[in-house]
Write a protein that binds this ligand. Structure first.
Ligand code: GYE
Length: 321
């Protein structure tokens, strides 16, 4: 063989080995990730679901997905099924905060690590899961509250009454979006939450509950509508339209779905706090780091921003959800 041929062969061999992953491909393909999803209640949820599944698959993991369609008992069973199946790792996007300790103990006994994504779980037992990946819901509530207090700061008004549309009970975004908002507007003694309904993060449920509130006269004296997600804001707007009530309210919503950003641009709502659903890459990277025995931080935050009529709207990037 001529010297030049030998050099070319060596170069080719180097190139081929360079393309390989640190981990043998067959080993990666053997790993199964159980993904327990909460539901399908919003476009936000659908985007978050897609992002996590796609990014895990990009890393060649087998994804065993179960959706509990907003039924907490079903979700406990889904996780138990993953344990029985002996998956290599569980990604859990919980519906409710409470009741997870027994199930996660079982996962621990079986040696299956668990990563919590999006909503939090209520437990002191940090040994029951590897990490939590998601937004700071309290910061989101705070951003919503800050818009409202800034809006009324220079306005001469004796009182500002807020109608709060809450998400599902016993969930961390509902609790913390309320707390963050209440804490922030609480600095201005004129601003008070005077009415509250629950819309379960679902458009139709919020429409029904809001229509009831309208009929009961609870919209009188209301200045601000603060809703814990876009789907419920859409429900409230549907109810206003059905009742032929003019929308003179200051409206603040959370998630930043495409439809809500369009309404912001049309000046039908005032402020939209982003909740970023694209956490898939962070999730897949964390899974990879775990298997590579790298250290993982206790809390991994997804970054969010805020869009309002106080900022240039033309620069808002395309939403894709
Ligand atoms: O804001 C809402 C969804 O848990 C943060 O649940 C999530 C919330 C999100 O259905 O749209």
């Amino acid at each position: 063989m001529k010297k030049i041929q030998v050099i070319l062969l060596v170069l080719l061999a180097l190139l081929l080995t360079g393309c390989q992953n640190n981990e043998p491909a067959e080993e990666q393909n053997e790993r199964t990730i159980g993904f327990a999803q909460a539901g399908t209640e919003s476009n936000w949820r659908k985007a978050q679901n897609k992002s996590i599944t796609e990014e895990l698959e990009k890393q060649n993991y087998q994804v065993m997905a179960r959706n509990s369609f907003s039924d907490p008992k079903q979700q406990f069973q889904d996780v138990m099924t993953f344990i029985a199946y002996q998956v290599d790792l569980i990604v859990l996007s919980p519906i409710q905060e409470n009741g997870w300790e027994t199930v996660l103990e079982e996962a621990k006994k079986a040696g299956i690590p668990v990563i919590i994504v999006d909503r939090n779980i209520a437990t002191e037992r940090t040994d029951l899961f590897l990490t939590h990946i998601g937004s700071s819901f309290k910061a989101q509530g705070g951003r919503a509250g800050l818009y409202v207090s800034n809006y009324y700061q220079k306005k001469e008004k004796e009182s500002v009454n807020v109608f709060e549309i809450k998400g599902s009970d016993h969930t961390s975004p509902t609790r913390l979006r309320h707390d963050g908002f209440a804490e922030t507007v609480g600095r201005d003694p004129r601003i008070k939450i005077t009415q509250t309904i629950t819309g379960d993060y679902i458009r139709l449920k919020a429409k029904e509950a809001f229509s009831e509130a309208i009929k009961a006269g609870k919209l009188q004296n209301i200045d601000v509508i603060y809703s814990h997600n876009d789907e419920m804001t859409l429900g409230a707007l549907d109810a206003l339209e059905a009742a032929k009530i003019e929308n003179n309210f200051v409206i603040v919503s959370i998630d930043a779905q495409k439809e809500m950003i369009d309404l912001l641009k049309q000046q039908k709502v005032n402020c939209v706090v982003e909740c970023n659903p694209f956490m898939g890459e962070l999730v897949a990277n964390t899974v990879k780091r775990y298997f590579a025995k790298e250290t993982i931080s206790e809390d991994i935050y997804v970054s969010d921003t805020v869009f309002s009529d106080q900022n240039p709207l033309s620069t808002i990037p395309p939403r894709n959800y």
